[in-house]
Design a protein around this ligand. Structure first.
Ligand SMILES: *Cc1c(COP(=O)(O)O)cnc(C)c1O
Length: 467
């Protein structure tokens, strides 16, 4: 994975890097889901969440930063809610000591219903309305201003009422992009934050802090999946250097907290967790040692790396056919649950595993085949030309590592229903127990959300008669 750090002499556990336990838990869960009727002809697609794995990742995150920070350093790990916007997930993470990073009124509402207190919540978004800002400041939620116009709005609110909200500015260190353009937030022209290397921008930021003693945080998020660790660390080094410069020029440590964002990439190629939080924390400590000496509190905003590997979408093979000599398994998982993979397959390949009709891992010779989804366009493929044991009618195909930005991000193409999402854990007697995280969407709900109550709206709308 190329960070070149030595793995010795550190007390940090890298957790279950081999991933074999995780794969075994997943296989057990798929079999139990079929046995218990969560999956079957009448409910041909589900999302499964591995509660044990989520707890492990949260513990690994906490341990990784505990190991590199000076004792007593305040560290808030705020889960990027957009990665898995499900209330029970936010509550589980809360129990594991993880807060929430929200970026819309909807995400804030989810975090509040999950029981996240304002002190564990951070609001970042590039398009906050005056009403959103007012609510956040009234609640005391941390806010990072994206741009000068937003700071003007915060100024007005601060003049009208005192707020406990820790406030900061988001900067874009412009260190460059990664392998996925759409997820690279630190390019020269990224839409996020104050572009630090633009003419006059750095001076503007320093002055903004000098003029506002209540600006005590500095925020950067250098990107998501596809950004090398070294580039992420470079973005944080630039942000740290700016905080140092601001505090030096103001003459006191006004910035007391640095928000380093999220973005740790996920390995979608195997069950091994790489890079780990421990590796990233070590790279950061080597690149930016001053960040960890206790003078700054830290906020992190990891999303994908906390949840991706703990989610599996499992879909029944409705039909198995052959076209042009290639076997095609037509399943119930396609663009509606794996939107990025279907539209940009080269950037977002997913591992697929094959299970038989009883939910047992399929064995047998591998056959190159397509795993298709249910949507009515030719490109709706979960995997094209993939070598797998031959999928047959009534089998199940599982798309792995889909716990973040996949089945929780339904895309309503073809009015396909949102699948149910279930968490699983050992039942204590060798079996698996499930809990409903999100009910499957019903057809009645689809109709209601599609204007069912307004069926006459357009036919009764007429221009006034002209004389
Ligand atoms: C999306 C986002 C994150 C989380 O990114 P991951 O790649 O999922 O870790 C964190 N902070 C901000 C501001 C974001 O937009």
């Amino acid at each position: 994975m190329g960070t070149g750090d030595d793995m010795t002499g550190d007390i940090v556990s890298d957790g279950n890097n081999s991933g074999t336990d995780r794969a075994a838990r997943r296989d057990e869960a798929v079999r139990a889901a079929v046995e218990q009727g969560l999956l079957g002809p009448g409910s041909p697609i589900v999302g499964l969440l591995d509660v044990t794995g989520i707890r492990e990742s949260a513990a690994e995150l906490r341990a990784a930063f505990d190991a590199v920070t000076a004792p007593g350093t305040p560290v808030l790990h705020a889960f990027a809610v957009k990665a898995t916007p499900l209330v029970p997930v936010l509550r589980l993470l809360r129990e594991e000591g993880i807060g929430a990073e929200v970026a819309s009124p909807g995400e804030l509402a989810l975090a509040r219903v999950a029981g996240l207190p304002p002190a564990l919540t951070v609001l970042d978004s590039p398009a906050k309305t005056p009403a959103e800002l007012r609510e956040a400041l009234a609640l005391g939620i941390a806010v990072n201003a994206d741009n000068p116009q937003e700071l003007d709005r915060i100024d007005a609110l601060m003049r009208s009422a005192a707020s406990r909200s820790p406030l900061g500015i988001r900067v874009n260190p412009q260190v460059g992009g990664g392998s996925i353009e759409a997820l690279s937030t630190a390019t020269a022209t990224s839409k996020f934050g104050v572009a630090l290397r633009d003419e006059g921008a750095r001076e503007w930021v320093v002055r903004a802090y000098a003029d506002r003693p209540w600006l005590t945080r500095l925020h950067a998020h250098t990107g998501s999946q596809g950004i090398p660790l070294v580039l992420m660390a470079q973005g944080i080094r630039e942000t740290y250097a700016l905080a140092e410069e601001i505090n030096r020029r103001i003459g006191r440590p006004q910035i007391d907290t640095i928000d380093i964002g999220g973005g740790l990439p996920v390995n979608f190629a195997s069950d091994v967790t790489t890079p780990t939080y421990a590796e990233y924390a070590r790279v950061l400590r080597e690149t930016v040692p001053g960040l960890f000496d206790g003078r700054y509190g830290l906020v992190t905003e990891f999303g994908r790396s906390l949840l991706a590997k703990h989610g599996t979408v499992v879909a029944r093979v409705e039909y198995a056919k052959s076209a042009g000599g290639r076997p095609v398994a037509v399943t119930h998982a396609g663009v509606q649950v794996a939107t990025r993979t279907v539209y940009v397959p080269e950037a977002w390949p997913l591992r697929i595993t094959a299970y038989d009709g009883k939910g047992r891992p399929k064995t047998g010779p591998e056959v190159v085949q397509d795993v298709a989804g249910p949507a009515c366009f030719a490109g709706d493929l979960l995997a094209e030309g993939r070598a797998l044991p031959l999928l047959e009618q009534g089998d199940y195909a599982a798309a792995l590592d889909t716990g973040a930005y996949y089945f929780a991000h339904h895309y309503a193409y073809n009015s396909l229903a949102r699948p149910g999402v279930y968490g699983f854990a050992p039942d204590g007697t060798g079996g698996v127990t499930f809990a409903t995280v999100r009910e499957p969407q019903t057809v009645a709900e689809i109709v209601a959300e599609s204007g069912g109550a307004h069926a006459d709206a357009l036919t009764t709308l007429r221009a006034p008669e002209r004389p």
